[in-house]
Write a protein that binds this ligand. Sequence first.
Ligand SMILES: [Zn+2]
Length: 322
Amino acid sequence: MRNLLNLRTASAPTTPVAALAALAAAVAVTAGIAAPVTEGPADAHDDAIVRTAQTVSYQGISVRIPAAGEGVQAAAESTSGEISLTVTRAADGAVVVKTDAHRHASKPAADRSVAQAAAPSTTRTDSAKTCTDAAYSLSGWKLNDFKWYYNPAGAPAAISTTAATAISAGTTALTSACGQKSLGLTPAYVGQTAATPQVGAAGNCTGNDGRNVIGWVAGSGRWLGMTCTYFKTVNGVKTATGTDTALNTQYKFFTSTANCSGAYDLQSVVLHERGHSLGLNHVDQTAHASAVMTPALSACTIGKRTLGLGDYSGLKSMYGTK
Ligand SMILES: [Zn+2]
């Protein structure tokens, strides 16, 4: 479900906000979004797109309005769905806002029983389609030459010694799937950095220093992982200029294959977020359940540590094969 709004910066400040609120409400209805889920902050008052002179906010995430010819996407993955907000500013100053919200009326089943620690499930949802369902969706940009850094500050104690390996594995998993040829992209780990990912605790994209950093943030929202990607449009071609991912320490993560209780697989979250950095958007949770780029992730499963054919095909359409 996507919402596309065209805003002119010359508009009177109060009118577009009211108009946007009405449009956002209409979108929620057409999307068939059920009553807000009961976890986390209430969303009922938060469904409108709110724009100030410098920022656009939607459902608890916000981005700074970029310079002319540039754009930014904030994509937040949660336990029950996902929200993304993309703001693009054309050369003439026109601001275009796209939102994409996927919700589940109830929490995933795995979320409900967290008392007993057990080995995580290795079963992929609708796994028979993993290497036959070729559906994908693109955000429109390409990220050339993906060099990335890791900032280990704030990593949860339980995984502080294993997180870097899991993050690397989640990134390397981008390169192939289903016995297909390797993709023509080579994410390169540069090393550790003290630079923090430019993602605020409130789920806001705070800026682009051009360095691609993944790290830990004590997020106040109900997102597991959040990726902010900046892009430029030149002659109609969108190129990413920086992408940062924050992992939310308010949730429990795991990296092993034993004793999971209410935790989320770090490698799976990273692979999904990397998909966003490289230009993939979401596919429908139900229709394409085996894909990595479905909006929601259940606790205690390692079934999505590798790309499905659709995820692979989307990347192949941009990056080709080696
Ligand atoms: Zn996502």
